[in-house]
Design a protein around this ligand. Sequence first.
Ligand SMILES: [Zn+2]
Length: 274
Amino acid sequence: MPNKNESSVLPNHQCLNCKEALTYIEHARSLYCQKPLCQRAKVQDYLVDNKKRLTAELIIELEEYIQSAPNQKLPKGLGNELDETSPVVALLPANTKQLTNLSQKRQLEFLRHLGLIYKDVEANNPTANRVYLEHLNPPLQDDEAQLLGNACATCMGSCCKHGQTHAFVDYPSLKHLLASQLTDLSEQELLDLYSDYFPKQSYQYSCVFHGEKGCALPRELRSFTCNNFLCDGVLKYRNEVKYANSSLTFAAAVDNDKIMFTSIYNNANFTRVK
Ligand SMILES: [Zn+2]
């Protein structure tokens, strides 16, 4: 049996990042030393490894699907593209909430919020309630909108949870909407307009308009925040697909390091696999 000194400093153990010696016990706890720089390297390496693992898992799953699925299961355009190009991989978040009946209480909370903002606009009082975003970005090109929309369809709206019972409706968004109407809307007309779009079922604790098929509101009724927002996963994907020679995509929606949903798509076809 080794004595205490021998067992606590074994020469082979060193921090994976800075290569400084680690004691036996330190090494047993972590392959990295405690220096902040090395702790950051540890997280970074974990993320890279995790991304590699998820990518490999996704490709195996979808290749298996393609091999086993009768050809007619894949839309025609996709089948041809699969033979000719390798896909871009999109790793996205996942909406894992359950669909439930949208309660009267949550509907009323939204309508109360909408009424408040309506009164702010009437009174020219932009600072009375929270402003989420001042400006609306110009819309994306059709092809890109379709492609990024397919990424969002794979995730099914993880970001929508932040909409709660306000749906990010704020002074700039509502002012813009009201100004774009052909005739002036009364408060009641506005409340009625939005009420028409409450989904029967919405995702639990998510935005009141987050229904089974995504946002139940037409685009012009959505807030600036909702119309502009692209999550980190979609932004990364957008950047990668820009430089790829095809828009063919293997997409995975991931929750807690686990692949929840998958899809195969390009800017013309979308197939949900899981
Ligand atoms: Zn170190």
